[in-house]
Design a protein around this ligand. Structure first.
Ligand code: SAM
Ligand code: ZN
Length: 281
């Protein structure tokens, strides 16, 4: 619930703390943001455009695919990395950036019963889902490339799973002793279906770009490879293709593309779960 994370939130206009006031969150300067019926709050400035937000159909597909447990090995590794990173008891909540349906944040919270979780995403459809993914999640719509509506040092842990990486903001919101856990795909991830289903491939420069994005602000403290083979039937293949940006151009012929594959199809899951600490802390 939003109540669990309200102490972590900052007004997106002036940066002051937010408090519950009626059905809204408001700061001392009376900037006020209605809590949506579905339990999330939109802290985007009024004129912001959704841009890269996942559509309701993509979020639906993601919920279907993740709900079947095909990526549960990633969730287990994220929860493990979260527990390890928080073993020293850094104060604060767990913030997931580009949280989507809140699947990974919920897994971390199951493992860490003392913590509350803040799911941030620019997609309202995502925030609606994430708000109900776990009883200790509060969900907020915001843009990860702008100043986050989170108070300085309010987060013990930042989670980032296939989502935008804004290193300066991550460092600002982390508390002393806090950590960052990032999940990135390797080039083998989903390699059997990327071509046939018109999905966007992981580029060869990915590792270098991630290192560059985080480099000045964070140092790597550990990394675990998660790799296994999934056996995916028609529905799972439709869902995994539909939850990614490929849905924007594969469009109508996705169904025909899936039917052209040998079913069920063996598909590789291959990601790195990496933990970082802010430099010089
Ligand atoms: C590939 S999905 C990953 C979702 C989730 N982490 C998961 O793995 O299930 C990327 C997510 O980032 C969100 N997103 C894209 N651009 C964003 C931005 N500028 N600020 C916040 N979220 C963003 C999308 O709406 C989407 O939910
Ligand atoms: Zn304000």
């Amino acid at each position: 619930m939003l109540r669990d994370v309200i102490d972590c939130l900052a007004c997106p206009v002036c940066g002051e703390p937010l408090a519950e006031r009626g059905g809204a969150l408001a700061c001392v300067l009376r900037h006020s943001f209605d809590v949506a019926r579905q339990g999330y709050v939109n802290l985007l400035p009024g004129d912001a455009s959704p841009g890269t937000a996942d559509t309701p159909a993509m979020i639906e597909a993601r919920a279907t695919f993740l709900g079947r447990g095909h990526f549960s090995a990633i969730a287990d590794a994220v929860a493990e990395a979260a527990a390890e990173a928080l073993a020293d008891g850094a104060p604060g909540c767990i913030v997931e950036i580009g949280a989507g349906t809140g699947y990974y944040l919920a897994a971390a919270l199951d493992r860490l019963p003392e913590r509350a979780g803040l799911a941030l995403d620019i997609s309202k459809a995502a925030a609606k889902r994430a708000a109900h993914a776990h009883e200790r999640i509060g969900a907020v719509v915001c843009d990860a490339w702008e100043r986050l509506p989170v108070r300085d040092g309010a987060a013990a842990l930042v989670l980032d799973v296939f989502a935008p990486r804004n290193a300066a903001e991550f460092a600002r919101i982390l508390s002393p002793g806090g950590a960052l856990v990032v999940v990135t795909p390797t080039q083998r991830h989903l390699e059997e279906i990327v071509g046939p289903l018109g999905m966007i491939a992981v580029d060869a420069e990915k590792d270098r770009r991630v290192a560059e994005q985080l480099g000045g602000a964070f140092e790597l403290t550990g990394s675990v490879a998660v790799e296994e083979r999934m056996t995916l039937g028609r529905d799972a293949l439709m869902a995994v293709a539909g939850m990614g940006p490929s849905a924007w151009h594969a469009g109508e012929d996705l169904s025909a593309r899936v039917d052209a594959l040998p079913l069920p199809q063996e598909v590789t899951l291959s990601v790195l779960v990496s933990a970082y600490r802010p430099v010089g802390r």
